[in-house]
Design a protein. Structure first.
Ligand SMILES: [Zn+2]
Length: 1062
């Protein structure tokens, strides 16, 4: 069976993109060029274009019938027949990953330029001399049925409506549209931009297209007929759209038999697109210079499904191709893309054409280009890769930290993976408007400004941490994701879980002073939060449409993904995991993978590592049998990593392990941990849990692989206490029956440093999780928190705050003032000593600085008087100096938060905000502004966020959530969400993390039945796609859970607080 390769031919000179800054809403003509070719040519000479087209056609049919089958099971029959439509074609869909795409883009500004000659693609796939292609002639007079001349005018006011001459019979047209849309948008047919482009393309084209695509069996006839036509000279393309599928064949005499040899085959579509006004596709970003001048740039964000907004393509991760990109721009701009520029040609005095080197084989979502006036600084890594950081010119002095970090990190990864970075350069660009944190485009990673720019004078420790981690994440993707890509978005975690996991692996080596290992747990706690709801999903989940795909970019793919990898590392040992990852990356370079490909490699790597390999004899599984003290660990000689990891990736949720100690016997039971009143039964769930534990008698970590619902461990002797899930390296929570919790609480009270700070943090987390499902009483959880008075380590302190403050917020919202106030006092008293000890400076280690930042902000926001007084003093001085006084970076937010409480202070902050060039500073002020008690001010802030002029729209989701957290803003935020739902979705996209942040952030502290009813009513009034969003289900489940929690625990908290004064 021939396999179909995706090999792009280098593009000719005609494939260009022209960027002109004015007018802002410019119109582009973009030219795409697609070639289909066959890898094996020894059997049938004719297996080139015709077979490729058959495969393509079949691919479309299979896709369509699969989609249809989801709606109606009866249609499955059709799917079957679709797969047998081309008996001589590839056996299954998997082999049809074989169309090649090369991109050429050409855009023309609104004014003038219509006479700009367009050069056509040249060069053939088989090294034959280039042939010029010619499009069908069109008549300027006709107007196609169903196509409004007005819309043509809208696209290009000065162009005549030329779309009529190729009017197709309706049924053919519809079929073609479906096919073309499927090509550009295989999973759905309703995304407007590309549909519009293609409709235009189609209406401008002629019936040859029908012949070819609708009836591929006639393709050979078509070739003969169209050969002379295709070889005739090309007229300059002046019309708005067009073109055609061109196939050129040649008759060959081969042993008396006539066969067809394909010498050139291409699908060429010329089409329009406007610059996108959102944050995806090829979109517009605006910024002001220090002098106040407005400047425009354009950048791309394609992941996951927006490459199709910029050019027609098989926009799926498994369709890898090499891309050749050419961009036309004005001389005052510079163009960046994945590869370096190989040649720049001056077309006219005000037009330069940059030709970028052809990329390596890669997925469409990783293609990127930017046209801007950015400045850059560069360095060369020790492996010889040129690294540059690009920013708007005024901020270039904030780029040095990122440059140095990127150099270190890229060198680290090249060594760690033992695979060289395959491109000659890596650019990191800070984009003024950016929806997410960053994007890993190969060779041109893009970032939100606050995720890349760092000012040693002004930046806080948390900002340094974030910048470093973000760069580490995007550079890890250059291997995980870019070099080896998940086959489909089902397995997005293969990209994201790994990148997030690698952040910790790399930064702990390149930047040990940041002590990133101290913060890893936070991610697992976040993951548990969403994964404990019924609306969660397995890490590996079938997804079909763009909204579902976007929803995969969540805490489950990222954070749970990285937590289960951390668990696997703890299980296999760091060395074995690394060896497996390197093998995986080497084996699948430039290819696509599924979940099981990784596990198969991990399974195979372990048994080969025997007792003769000394370096692997840590306390992990791969040590020799003799030294293994626990036969359960290896389950004999082989370890089935796949069987184990399938239980973590293919089912949602996580286990709760219940431990009952009876003398030397430790009885274990596992079940699914799940919140919620109406949750379905979860009896079918079973995990292979790599349990670890320490006891009062031994701090050596013991290991036990639990693969059944219940099991027993026999200890060598009786113990005072046992703590499972050591350092919480495992992704599960633990309940201790009988007096198990009391014994642990005692350990914390008497000498909490007997167990590690991660163990303490995990106990704090677990105890409150158990209250949520009614396994423990709230008073037990509060008893445990009492020890926090003596806690000094960042992770347990922050976890204590993260458990207690939300409870306070629930009570505060319900106007249960007496109890809420008492609770607030309790929390403040717990941390009072620690707060009082803080110096108001930037001294200390990264974690000391981070802790200071969180503590002081908490204290000031919750009006702890000594803190408020101090912050007020700082604010007054800062205001007196007209903002020139330099405040310590880590206490700034607290100072601003207090300052924003007066109307005058708020206005002063806003005036500084408007002028602020430094992005992190802007975010600090945004937080302070959103803490105002004035409803008008809060409303104004959110309105501005939507307008995007003073407040950038990229910051709106966080602002809404900040506002929602304040007592005066919670209703405002909800009303704002309801009234502006359409606009928010249009801007941020349905299914995006931004939309989810808003929905869950606004509703997360609702706890009454009427609030629940309101939320349900609003979302059910929306169209189905919105109502079905996972974040809506999460919101509903969380509110139900809050209601239940309050019903059950409120009185108990009240009583406990009365009896336990600190
Ligand atoms: Zn990522």
């Amino acid at each position: 069976m021939p396999s179909w390769m995706m090999e792009a031919s280098p593009l000719g000179e005609g494939n260009t993109f022209l960027f002109k800054e004015k007018p802002l809403h410019f119109l582009g003509r973009l030219m795409g060029h697609l070639t289909l070719s066959c890898a094996e040519t020894d059997q049938e000479i004719s297996c080139g274009a015709v077979e490729a087209l058959r495969a393509f056609h079949r691919f479309i049919l299979v896709r369509q019938s699969r989609l249809a089958a989801r709606e109606d099971p009866k249609l499955r029959v059709e799917r079957e027949s679709a797969s047998t439509l081309w008996p001589k074609g590839p056996a299954d869909e998997a082999t049809v990953t074989s169309a090649s795409l090369a991109l050429g883009v050409l855009a023309v500004g609104l004014a003038g330029d219509s006479d700009e000659p367009v050069r056509q693609p040249s060069g053939g796939t088989h090294g034959l001399p280039p042939i010029e292609l010619r499009g069908p002639t069109t008549s300027p007079q006709g107007v196609a049925k169903g196509f409004s001349p007005a819309s043509a005018q809208q696209l290009r006011p000065s162009w005549p409506p030329i779309f009529g001459s190729c009017l197709l019979p309706t049924e053919r047209r519809d079929f073609l549209l479906t096919v073309l849309r499927s090509m550009a948008h295989p999973r759905v047919s309703d995304t407007q931009p590309i549909a519009n482009m293609l409709e235009v393309a189609l209406r401008g084209s002629c019936s040859e297209l029908t012949e070819l695509v609708e009836d591929s069996s006639r393709a050979e006839d078509y070739l003969h007929q169209s050969l002379p036509y295709l070889q005739s000279p090309l007229e300059p393309l002046r019309e708005a759209a067009v073109r055609f599928i061109g196939l050129v064949g040649r008759q060959l005499r081969d042993g008396g038999q006539e066969k067809l040899q394909v010498i050139y085959d291409a699908l060429s579509i010329q089409y329009f697109a406007n610059l996108s006004e959102s944050f995806h596709g090829f979109y517009k970003s605006i910024y002001r210079t220090q002098e106040g001048e407005l400047r425009v740039l354009a950048a791309t964000q394609f992941e996951p499904t927006a490459a199709r907004m910029a050019f027609p393509c098989f926009d799926e991760p498994a369709f890898k191709a090499r891309f050749s990109i050419t961009i036309r721009r004005e001389p005052k701009h510079l163009a960046l893309s994945n590869m370096p520029v190989v040649k720049s040609v001056t077309i006219t005095p005000c037009l330069v054409e940059d030709h970028f080197d052809t990329t390596v084989k890669m997925s469409t979502y990783l293609v990127a280009f930017i046209v801007s006036d950015f400045k850059s600084i560069s360095k060369i890594t020790s492996h010889g890769v040129k690294i540059s950081v690009y920013t708007v010119p005024d901020k270039i002095n904030q780029a040095h930290y990122a440059l140095d970090a990127a150099v270190k990190l890229l060198d680290f990864y090249e060594d760690y993976f033992s695979i060289p970075y395959p491109l000659p350069k890596q650019d990191l660009a800070a984009i003024p408007d950016f929806q997410s944190g960053a994007m890993e485009n190969w060779g041109l990673t893009t970032y939100r400004e606050s995720a890349l720019l760092y000012d040693p004078e002004k930046s806080s420790a948390s900002s340094k941490l974030w910048v470093t981690m973000t760069i580490a994440h995007e550079l890890a993707h250059q291997w995980f994701g870019n070099l080896v890509t998940m086959e489909w978005w089902d397995d997005l975690w293969l990209n994201e879980g790994f990148a997030m996991f690698m952040e910790f692996v790399s930064v702990s080596v390149t930047h040990p002073e940041l002590r990133v290992e101290d913060y890893f747990l936070r991610r697992c706690f976040d993951a548990i939060e969403v994964d404990s709801l019924n609306s969660s999903h397995p890490i590996s989940t079938p997804v079909e449409d763009p909204a579902q795909i976007l929803e995969m970019f969540d805490n489950v793919s990222y954070k749970k993904g990285s937590c289960i990898l951390n668990m696997l590392r703890d299980y296999l040992t760091a060395d074995v995991l690394k060896a497996g990852l390197v093998q995986y990356l080497q084996k699948y370079s430039y290819q696509n993978t599924k979940n099981e490909d990784l596990w198969n490699i991990m399974t195979n790597i372990c048994p080969t590592v025997g007792s003769d390999k000394n370096e692997l004899q840590g306390d992990g599984f791969c040590r020799s049998q003799q030294s293994s003290s626990n036969a359960h660990w290896t389950k004999g000689e082989t370890l089935d990593v796949r069987a184990m990891m399938d239980t973590w990736t293919l089912q949602k949720g996580f286990p709760l392990v219940t431990v009952t100690v009876r003398g030397k016997n430790v009885h274990l039971q596992q079940e699914r941990y799940m919140k919620g009143v109406n949750s379905p039964s979860s009896t079918g769930y079973l995990w292979h849990i790599p349990l670890t534990y320490i006891t009062s008698k031994s701090d050596t970590v013991q290991r036990f692989l639990m693969t059944t619902k219940a099991d027993v461990i026999i200890l060598p002797e009786e113990v005072e206490w046992v703590k499972f899930n050591v350092d919480m390296n495992g992704y599960y929570i633990v309940h201790y029956e009988d007096d198990g919790w009391d014994r642990l609480i005692n350990v914390l009270k008497e000498n909490h440093t007997m167990i590690s700070s991660n163990d303490r943090a995990s106990l704090i987390n677990n105890v409150f999780q158990l209250v949520s499902i009614n396994k423990l009483s709230i008073s037990k959880a509060f008893d445990l928190t009492l020890y926090l008075k003596h806690e000094r380590q960042i992770m347990p302190v922050l976890q204590g705050m993260n458990e207690l403050i939300p409870i306070y917020r629930l009570m505060e919202r319900r106007d249960m003032d007496g109890t809420a106030k008492q609770l607030k006092e309790y929390i403040i008293n717990l941390f009072k000593d620690l707060i009082d000890r803080q110096s108001w400076s930037d001294e200390g280690s990264a974690s000391e600085r981070l802790l200071r930042h969180s503590l002081l902000l908490f204290a000031c926001v919750h009006r702890y008087q000594p803190c408020v007084d101090k912050a007020k003093g700082y604010f007054t001085e800062w205001q007196k100096s007209n903002g020139t006084l330099s405040l310590p970076a880590d206490v700034k937010t607290a100072v601003y938060a207090v300052g924003a409480q007066t109307s005058e202070g708020w206005d002063f902050l806003l005036s500084k905000y408007r002028l602020q060039l430094f992005n992190v500073e802007r975010e600090n002020i945004e937080l302070a502004l959103s803490l105002s008690r004035s409803k008008d001010k809060l409303q104004w802030l959110m309105d501005q966020g939507l307008r995007g002029d003073i407040v950038r729209t990229q910051d709106l989701p966080h602002i809404i959530v900040f506002v929602a957290k304040t007592p005066s803003g919670c209703h405002l935020a909800w009303t704002f969400l309801k009234e502006n739902w359409e606009k928010v979705v249009e801007k941020f996209e349905l299914g995006s993390n931004s939309v989810a942040t808003i929905v869950t952030g606004v509703t997360s502290r609702y706890s009454t039945r009427s609030q629940l009813a309101q939320v349900k009513e609003f979302f059910s009034s929306l169209e189905e796609k919105s109502a079905r969003l996972r974040c809506v289900q999460q919101a509903v489940e969380t509110i139900e859970d809050n209601i239940q929690w309050m019903d059950r625990n409120f009185e108990k908290v009240k009583t406990w607080l009365q009896n336990n004064q600190l």
